[in-house]
Design a protein around this ligand. Structure first.
Ligand code: HEM
Length: 523
């Protein structure tokens, strides 16, 4: 079963931190024996949060409040929510899951289980790898795409669904044939994955005939990866994080995470990022979207987006995506001119704050690998509860500990006051906590909550602790990638309007040939 998040964390220097996933086990982590071949490599950026974890009663109350709905409207185009989810899966993808054992050298094993922004969730282990060859066309260069089937009066549409059809049973055939099945967990992330496939195929097509066949894939992949990293650094990151922090980290270097390591050393993934900071995306998710011409005016609900995927749902029982559900990307990213839609049709993400939309209180159990028997309103289905509990499992540092830690590393930030953490700005209400629970919460605030409160008090953009953790982790993940714009400062994008600009809109324009008929095939 493909699922989000890890049930156990191999933390460098600490071993395997794990616990049973019964949703009620408040026991601390058990340190299991080190495995000979370590799984995905996590690390700890800051101190351990020993004796600073809150009780399950507090977690339940806070999680209920966080996932009660409400919260602020945001300004970030909604496409960036699912771009963020796609990026998360790229960062946390364990490439060894698509490699054949016999072909893995120890170095490749280590690399494959390390975070980097090199699109291995799209490429798997590459066309030469016997397990990953199935993701590619017969030329070994282009990625295979799928066909959405005719539905709702719209024709079948080639190249508008993920590839499917492997296996023997109907359920198997429905599954997307992509390296990371998490990218078929909801329709918005699935269509984002598809856009990335198209981008790769277009870049591959654009290479001159003089490129030798043996180099074709590698050259295309390098160009795609560097453009993707450029877009993340200049478009995605400054939308979610204070731009001053992003610029400071990329121009002057890291202060807190893997400082002074050799750029080509294999990076690790800090649990402060994975278990707290980058889960910020959960607060950006909307309950409903003006999805496309057929599912307009909020008819594209989150529940339907799960349903029309093959991991979070079952594609409505069909073998492929119904064509009336193909995305209208003009409603998700801000295009200009004749590709722009009116503000009334445009979808913006929810503000980054301490609230989640109500459906995330009752996730489809398939999204976290849970069994069908988990009842409605069980805390295990509440994403906020899962996040808080996961932090406790790994004894994550609190917000206050991380603020002190980062300040000690020379990071310029202002700690939140207790009143700010308590009151926020139109976010989660903590008044259901008893006085002693509240006192403990304000003293030892779970890092995820702390970071979201920081953003909530900053107009919906990360600052302080959150901005620093996110910017430094991205910087390291780009630096340590095999193709890297940090290690190659001479790189300039060539698929945007000029050689310093390459935004997500530019990526989409290139991927979909600038054509309305492809970006919004329903019209
Ligand atoms: C509808 C959209 C989404 C759903 C249903 C979802 C669901 C989940 C679930 C169930 C987990 C595992 C929780 C646990 O047991 O620890 C998880 C983990 C995580 N999510 Fe999401 N998520 C969504 C969107 C996002 C977005 C937009 C981002 C970031 C921008 C994000 C970032 C993360 C991160 C960093 C983790 C932990 C690391 C990992 O993926 O291994 N998620 N998510």
């Amino acid at each position: 079963m493909e699922k989000h998040g890890s049930e156990s964390y191999f933390v460098i220097g600490e071993g395997l931190l794990t616990e049973s996933d019964d949703g009620r086990d408040a026991a601390g982590p058990q340190i299991a024996a080190l495995e000979a071949a370590p799984p995905f490599r996590f690390s700890r950026m800051g101190p351990k949060g020993v004796n600073r974890q809150l009780g399950e009663g507090s977690h339940k109350k806070v999680a209920n409040e966080m996932a009660a709905g409400g919260g602020g409207a945001g300004q970030i185009p909604a496409g960036f929510t699912y771009l963020g989810q796609f990026i998360d899966h790229d960062l946390t993808f364990d490439k060894t899951s698509v490699m054949l054992g016999a072909n893995i050298s120890p170095a490749a094993l280590l690399q494959g289980r390390s975070p980097s922004l090199d699109l291995d969730s799209l490429y798997g282990a590459g066309p030469e790898d016997p397990e990953s060859a199935k993701f590619y066309e017969a030329d070994g260069i282009r990625l295979k795409m799928g066909k959405a089937q005719a539905a709702g009066g719209f024709p079948a549409m080639d190249g508008h669904d993920l590839p499917r059809g492997a296996g023997s049973s109907a359920a198997e055939k429905r599954k997307a044939v992509i390296p990371d099945k998490r990218n078929d967990e909801n329709l918005a992330v699935a269509q984002t994955h598809l856009a990335m496939m198209r981008f790769h195929n277009r870049v591959a097509d654009s290479l001159p005939a003089s490129v030798p066949a043996s180099q074709h894939f590698a050259q295309a992949r390098e160009l795609v990866t560097k453009h993707y990293q450029w877009m993340i650094r200049t478009d995605y990151l400054p939308r979610i994080c204070a731009a001053t922090v992003v610029n400071n980290v990329f121009n002057s270097g890291r202060k807190a995470f893997e400082v002074g390591v050799s750029a080509t050393d294999i990076p690790t993934m800090p649990i402060e990022f994975s278990v707290a900071a980058f889960r910020l995306g959960h607060s950006m998710v909307r309950q409903a979207y003006d999805w496309n011409k057929a599912f307009d005016d909020g008819d594209g609900t989150l529940d339907w987006l799960f349903f029309f995927s093959a991991t979070g749902g079952n594609l409505a029982g069909n073998p492929t995506l119904a064509s009336n559900w193909v995305a209208d990307f003009r409603r998700l990213y801000e295009f200009k001119g004749n590709l722009a839609v009116s503000e009334g049709k445009f979808n913006r993400a929810m503000r980054i704050d301490t609230t989640l939309v109500d459906p995330l209180k009752n996730l489809p159990p398939e999204t976290f690998g849970g069994g069908a028997g988990i009842p409605f309103d069980d805390p295990r289905r509440n994403l906020a509860f899962r996040n808080l509990r996961r932090a406790k499992m790994v004894k994550l540092a609190t917000g206050q500990q991380m603020a002190t830690f980062l300040k000690g590393k020379g990071v310029n930030l202002t700690k939140l006051t207790k009143a700010q953490i308590r009151d926020g700005n139109n976010g989660a209400d903590l008044s259901l906590l008893t006085q002693s629970q509240l006192d403990a919460f304000l003293k030892d605030t779970p890092l995820w909550f702390y970071i979201l409160r920081e953003a909530e008090l900053n107009g919906g953009k990360l600052k302080g602790v959150g901005a620093r953790i996110v910017a430094e982790t991205f910087h390291r993940a780009i630096e340590g990638s095999q193709a890297s714009i940090v290690r190659d400062p001479t790189f300039k994008p060539k698929f945007g309007p000029n050689n310093t600009t390459f935004s997500m809109v530019d990526l989409m324009l290139f991927a979909f040939e600038g054509k309305k008929a492809l970006l919004a095939p329903l019209g």
